[in-house]
Design a protein around this ligand. Sequence first.
Ligand code: PAF
Length: 286
Amino acid sequence: MEVVHRKDLVKYHVRNWQNQKKTIGFVPTMGALHEGHLSLVRRARAECDVVVVSIFVNPLQFNQAADLEKYPRNLEADCRMLEAEQADLIFAPDADAFYERIPAISMEFGPLTSVLEGEMRPGHFSGVAVVVSRLFHIVEPAKAYFGSKDLQQVAVVKRLIQDLDFNLQLVACPTARNEDGLALSSRNARLSPAGLKTASQLNKGLSLAMAEFDIQNPDASQMAAKRFLEKFSDIELEYLEWVDADTMEPVLPGIPVSNPAICLAARVEGVRLIDNMVLENHGNGC
Ligand code: PAF
């Protein structure tokens, strides 16, 4: 496994692999790796000839300087984990080298980003789309692996791939959870043991909404989950909503939607967490 910090070195390897007709699997990350990331790397390892992982805390997608500053970073530990998973190449650029100058471009996705994370974190998805586009140009993967915990990000990147005609397949992988059901996130490292226990209630709230979902009255299950979570004084709920997983449009009473998703964002001990669950192929008899 090689760790490189410059994009021309990544491109050099990409050219060689292309000459050898090898398929490139790509896992973009911001580091502070956990089992969720590693499951993406394993999937890429199983499906592609070579695996490239990027580790880059992208300043463009943080709308609060404090959040960017507090984002956990541990390149050495990350590289050890990736070595064990037999990744081939780690691309870990410095922000200054990655963006020779701050990009002037911004990317809008209309209704896809006017709700949930897009509403709460203005500019976030533009920053994600810019960095992901640049990374796709550098790595030229056949397949790129994303975790479904960031459901809206998956929808945005799918749209980005379609709209800019990137020649690659997005592979959305299931959310990895700990034994209490808490979605794995690099941000969990900032929670105390008690905070981790409290945060695992988020998953219970989502499960409750899933169990009680009724297309004739989606609000009822949403309210039941909110009432459940409001019992925990350490959870500050930001949003909890049913949306269509593909379009992010709200699920309306009686209007069929194939993949309704219940999504939430909440703060526990000041740490902002997101999670979701999808009722796949709802009403298709699958
Ligand atoms: O999901 C993430 O970790 C980031 O948003 C991504 C895709 C690596 C872009 O910075």
